[in-house]
Design a protein around this ligand. Structure first.
Ligand code: HEC
Ligand code: HEC
Ligand code: HEC
Length: 474
């Protein structure tokens, strides 16, 4: 995905620039190739491709990626410079309005499936560089994307005006002069450009990110759980471990990135410059513990002192029909122990990670173990693929039932992870069905957004009426 600047494009662009602005007035900057390159870096950091490139068609930035919500499917749009289908006619001002304020060129409001609430803090220079990159170095892609047609009343885009009024913080990020440059850069990356909070921050009733001490304290994300990033959870990670996680998604003895985090590492984080990764870590390390009611138990204490067999106990032939009443140990030996080993300690070279001292088995939420079993692990770093097969629907290896996954997960939590965690087959079923909402179940997840928007609308209409009435009365 890290398209390097193509020489051909660049030279044709220089031609274009030469024709457009034959003589640049004094003080007006020429479009610099370095600005375009910076724009490309910013687009990778902001992971615009995550939503605007449909993995089914792989046409970069051509849109059409379906984001499922209870109100219907929201399709990402074509943001290539195609004049007919994309944003080729957008002025820089219109682009800025879309990215930072969620308003399209035709004045229509975007749904927050486009994370403009995070991008609102982008600096003017960064919006400018992004614009140059999209206009001059992205290949136009022709072809319409499906129309987003939500059911009433969500098809009234104007409703987002009320949501924005309540929750959109306008104005570019303002550095805090009492903090270091690295901290400020880190905060900008975490809150705005990399929008970590879109996944890691819990949401209020209206699906807006919670602020203050609740920020980054962990949130369910469809089938997955994005863990707490404050000192409660990351306090015993070293800076080097965090760096290794963000750049590769794998820290033996701590965690592996699967699901949406694997996407963030694959498409965005591995390409960040070291000083940006260091800045992110400086900011995360400075986050105070969130003092949640149930602090996460240190995963380092899990699974290490349980006395687990290092011998295979009993197996069933894979690929056959497995009865629902198999024990957790048999399911584990059948489906998992060839890679993760009977004692759960993984392979000596850590390629198959240990399930003890692992945040997916020892954290505070069962989601990531269950979803790893259902959907597997898929990540690509430095051109190398990391793959764990899925055991959910359509598995190439063995599709396990909700009952089997619950039994197996409870065995794994008990033997190798946090024994306080328990899952039921019903929970597995719900995680299974949340799973085809890849990234942004966040805007969508519960019906609360629906109820919330209607509530805002009613409140706004009532207050407008009250206002008007007051005016008439006077
Ligand atoms: C998490 C998903 C996601 C990410 C990341 C994302 N977008 Fe979007 N974007 C969307 C969706 C969905 C829409 C359409 C929303 C709608 O129709 O209300 C959209 C709409 C837009 C539009 C409006 C285009 C039009 O005319 O309809 C622009 C411009 C845009 N995005 C630019 C960007 C840029 C630039 C980035 C990276 C800095 C980016 N987006 C990152 C999901 C995303
Ligand atoms: C698209 C959603 C998404 C985004 C964006 C995202 N994360 Fe994550 N993150 C997750 C999920 C889900 C997990 C759990 C992955 C797993 O265990 O397989 C995770 C795991 C992590 C972990 C490991 C925590 C642990 O206890 O195992 C760290 C650290 C982390 N993310 C940091 C970040 C930072 C920093 C950013 C922004 C630069 C970020 N994430 C952006 C979804 C996301
Ligand atoms: C073919 C080998 C293989 C099999 C079989 C296998 N795994 Fe994995 N597993 C992997 C690999 C590879 C990874 C990813 C390592 C990485 O991310 O660097 C992984 C990662 C994991 C993780 C960490 C994911 C996260 O989100 O943190 C868990 C938990 C896990 N496996 C559990 C299981 C369970 C339970 C089974 C049995 C149903 C199983 N695995 C079967 C190879 C396997």
């Amino acid at each position: 995905m890290a398209t390097t600047l193509s020489i051909g494009l660049l030279s044709s662009f220089s031609l274009f620039a030469a024709q457009e602005v034959p003589v640049s007035p004094p003080g007006v900057k020429q479009v610099q190739n370095s600005d375009i390159a910076r724009g490309e870096y910013l687009a990778i950091a902001a992971d615009c491709a995550a939503c605007h490139t449909n993995p089914a068609t792989k046409r970069t930035f051509a849109g059409g990626y379906p984001i499922h919500s209870p109100m219907g499917v929201i399709y990402s749009t074509n943001i290539t410079p195609s004049k007919q289908f994309g944003i080729g006619n957008y002025t820089e001002h219109q682009f800025e309005q879309a990215v930072r304020h969620g308003i399209r060129a035709d004045g229509g409001h975007l749904y927050p499936a486009m994370p403009y609430a995070s991008y609102a803090g982008l600096s003017d220079e960064d919006v400018h560089a992004l614009y140059l990159y999209f206009m001059h170095d992205v290949q136009p892609q022709e072809g319409a994307t499906p129309e987003t047609a939500l059911s009433f009343p969500f098809n009234i885009r104007q409703m987002m005006w009320g949501w924005n009024l309540l929750f959109l913080k306008n104005g570019a990020f303002q550095p805090d002069s009492s903090q270091s440059d690295a901290w400020n850069r880190g905060k900008y990356l975490v809150d705005n450009l990399e929008h970590c909070g879109e996944c890691h921050t819990p949401r209020n009733m209206m699906m807006a990110q919670m602020q203050g001490k609740d920020a980054l304290t962990g949130a369910a994300l469809g089938s997955w759980y994005a863990p707490n990033l404050t000192a409660d959870n990351l306090g015993n990670w070293t800076r080097d471990q965090l760096k290794q996680y963000l750049k590769t998604g794998d820290v033996p003895g701590k965690a592996q990135a699967a699901g949406p985090m694997a996407e963030a590492v694959t498409n965005s984080l591995q390409y960040l410059h070291d000083d940006d990764i260091d800045a992110i870590i400086t900011y995360l390390k400075a986050l105070p513990a969130s003092l949640q009611a149930q602090p996460n138990k240190s995963i380092d204490k899990n699974g290490t002192d349980t006395n687990v067999d290092s011998q295979i106990r009993s197996t069933q032939p894979l690929g056959s029909h497995l009865p629902d009443n198999l024990s957790g140990a048999t399911l584990y030996d059948t489906a998992c122990s060839s890679c993760h080993q009977p004692d759960g300690k993984g392979s000596a070279d850590h390629f198959y990670p240990s399930l003890t001292n692992n945040s997916a088995t020892g954290g505070s939420s069962p989601n990531n173990l269950v979803s790893t079993i259902l959907f597997g692990v898929e990540r690509e770093v430095n051109g190398k693929q990391v793959l764990m097969p899925a055991f959910g629907p359509g598995s190439q290896v063995q599709s396990l039932s909700d009952q089997q996954i619950a039994t197996l997960s409870n065995f794994v939590f008990h033997q190798y992870g946090n024994p306080a965690l328990q899952v039921t087959p019903e929970q597995v079923e719900s995680l299974r069905t949340g799973g085809d909402q890849p990234l942004l179940t966040r805007i969508a997840a519960p019906a609360t957004l629906g109820a919330g928007v209607v509530a805002i609308l009613i409140v706004l209409l009532l207050s407008l009426r009250a206002l008007r009435k007051r005016r008439q009365d006077h």
